[in-house]
Design a protein around this ligand. Structure first.
Ligand SMILES: [Mn+2]
Length: 366
């Protein structure tokens, strides 16, 4: 008799909770706690046994900027601006595909707790965090593969720890870099007399540092360049680091197909590629909320079109950086950044799971 009562009680609890879920579980897009695109979330750094295929990871670090700070608030702003995205209405009409309802388990991994007080320590934290995330986690679809990450910056220097860790798995990477600036400046190009290891690593020099460390291939492309230069020597230094530059004006003077063709001629599609999107590639009219804005940039539709047109590249990691919401107007910058994440996510899922052959033979963990 007692057994029967217990069973009836348990059933009542189960029914009541599913009733409650039906009643109160469906939120509108503007409600609830903001994870990226309403994705499930757990802090991936502290949950080593939960597998996923693609993680959205915030890197709220902005103490390596040379002009306006504020990108430490970027991850939160991008998450907030992504709320119109969710799995039920996640169909990407440009790609004819819904990345949120496919094979990939996608998770909002929370943030890396980076210190704002000490850049030396901050880079150590970011190096260790990306190593932990990439070398000590398995993807859900295949335990012999690591997960992939789209990082939400943060200033652009957060690219370096991400590609350092990726290099340990895949070897040298092609970099497809959307930006108004080169970010290949050697520390000597900066005006200050004062030098230190921390001072030398900034959001304008991390690609120079990546080249020094041998992380990149010879197949790297800047897209959207319209930077201020010391002199033409800056372009020569960039050449010597194996970069092809596509100027911002090329999109309208030579056309979008020219830009797409140049990218695809330079980057072999089945080799490990990292896509980095500095939101300042957009015109300040479409991205006022950024640290180092330059007049004469891309329209959002141009950036989206380019990203969609290279969706067959083998993207092993990506970032969207330099969103500084304190300078933003009506969430326009963060909204565009959230859309960029959606496009990158679509491309990663659409291409399918990565081939195990991409992983360097020296890597023992997979
Ligand atoms: Mn940049």
């Amino acid at each position: 008799m007692l057994k029967l009562i217990i069973i009836q009680l348990l059933l009542a609890i189960v029914y009541a909770s599913s009733d409650l879920k039906d009643k109160w579980g469906s939120l509108w897009q503007f409600q609830g706690i903001a994870t990226f695109a309403h994705l499930d979330q757990f802090q991936c750094l502290v949950e080593p046994n939960k597998d996923f295929d693609i993680g959205i990871i915030g890197v709220p670090f902005d103490t390596a900027v040379s002009y306006r700070p504020g990108a430490r608030f970027g991850p939160r702003a991008i998450r907030d601006a992504s709320q119109r995205q969710y799995s039920l209405r996640g169909y990407n009409q440009r790609a004819h595909f819904n990345p949120y309802q496919s094979w990939a388990t996608i998770n909002d991994c929370g943030d890396i707790p980076v210190t704002p007080m000490d850049n030396h320590l901050a880079f150590k934290q970011m190096d260790l965090a990306f190593e932990e995330l990439l070398l000590s986690r398995n993807s859900a679809i295949d335990s012999k593969l690591p997960p992939r990450f789209i990082a939400l910056g943060g200033d652009h220097s957060v690219l370096l720890p991400h590609i350092r860790a990726l290099h340990k798995i895949y070897g040298r990477l092609n970099i497809l870099h959307f930006d108004a600036h080169l970010d290949t400046w050697s520390p000597e190009k900066y005006p200050s007399y004062w030098r230190s290891d921390q001072n030398d690593l900034s959001h304008g020099s991390m690609l120079w540092q990546a080249n020094e460390e041998g992380l990149t291939t010879k197949n790297n492309v800047h897209v959207g360049v319209r930077t201020r230069l010391t002199d033409i020597g800056d372009y020569e230094d960039d050449d010597s680091q194996n970069w092809l530059r596509i100027e911002a004006d090329d999109i309208w003077l030579k056309g979008p197909q020219y830009v797409v063709d140049k990218i695809l001629e330079t980057i072999p599609k089945n080799t490990p590629t990292y896509i980095s999107v500095d939101i300042d590639v957009l015109d300040p009219g479409n991205a006022p909320g950024t640290g180092t804005h330059e007049a004469g940039g891309f329209l959002p539709r141009e950036l989206i079109h380019l990203l969609r047109s290279v969706d067959d590249l083998t993207i092993v990691g990506a970032d969207v950086v330099e969103v500084a919401p304190a300078y933003d107007i009506s969430e326009i910058t963060a909204l565009n950044a959230a859309q960029v994440v959606f496009e990158l996510l679509t491309s990663m899922v659409k291409k399918g799971k990565l081939s195990r052959d991409l992983i360097s033979k020296e890597v023992k963990v997979f």
